[in-house]
Design a protein around this ligand. Sequence first.
Ligand SMILES: [Fe+2]
Ligand SMILES: [Fe+2]
Length: 385
Amino acid sequence: MLILHLSDLHLSRYGETGTWSAADTDQRCGEVLHQWERWEIQGLRSGRKNRPAKLRLVDPEGVVHKLRSWPRRDDDKAVDRLLALAMERHETSAERLIVSRPSPEELQGLLRMDPANTNLRFLQMLDQVLRVEPDLVVITGDITDNGFGYELVRHYLAPWIESRRLMAVPGNHDSYDMLPRKGRKERAAVKDARFRAFAQGLGLTLGEEGAWVQRVEDVALVGLNSCKPPRTPLSASGMVSDSQLRWLEWVSAEPELRTARLRIGLVHHHLLRMPFALGKRSPIEVAMRLRNAPAVMRACTAANLDIIMHGHRHHGYMVQLPAHPMVVSSPSSTLGCKFARRDYAWVLDLDQEHPHPLMHDFAGLRADMRPGASVLSRRLDRLVE
Ligand SMILES: [Fe+2]
Ligand SMILES: [Fe+2]
């Protein structure tokens, strides 16, 4: 039984990433200067002079995509550039990518224009990693960048969802904003409801705080929700609540987990501080960490988990501490690995007595960074045959 570990897809409505603002939160009401397919280019009045001071591009859902200063008189290309951006975004909307999947050539062309587009990179990645025909797919959070884009997963991984072989936990991006903007709590509630609806569609039964357990043949999988927002703004840190840890202790004695041959835990935030760096200091952990990581590791060890899979840092590594679950950290499956600067996903053969992650490379657009098929991925190909 092969398990494919994906993480940090950061999907969105158009494949864009980053913070966004709703057009109606800006009091300087927008005068519509141009319209295209329900996208609008609006002029924003300056308070003092009561004449347009800024241009902004607003999508059909009322989200601002670009804000730029009012063009100088001789700059008549400003509006064209915003229109071109609207057309580009329109092409890569989740909705459109579902109605008609671009051919590999079209995908390459679209990626050339917008190489960091996560919706496109998701399709490109799936084209290649699904060739290993995984029996199980897990996603360890940051499925979306801002709570939009679940429909792409639902559509493109439908066979695994229908057979209840896709499992996921939420990431901070699926749960809360980092910026202390007005309405943060309300947005967090909406995001939580969206993730819950997605998880329900996967057939997962979430506890009050988001934990779940699922059995696939003789393998048990446990999901923990580490997205408890921090009090401090500008932080993406997380925490697994005490009640989830108590539940883990309880469930470890239940037949679902106790009788399993292999027990796998999924969580978004990392349990170990980055344990190494080549000749450099380890990356700073401020605003990223799992605030109660030692307690979570103790609870997972006591529950006899064999493997813990997580994402969040966009760094791939695996660590086996003696007498602890093996920790597998996934890079971002769309934005890559900060450590190795190449695109890959971990695949494990769960039929082995001690499953070990194998690196499955997939060729993205940055061909210059790609060293070619690795020995491990060739081994993986043999394993699938
Ligand atoms: Fe992420
Ligand atoms: Fe994250």
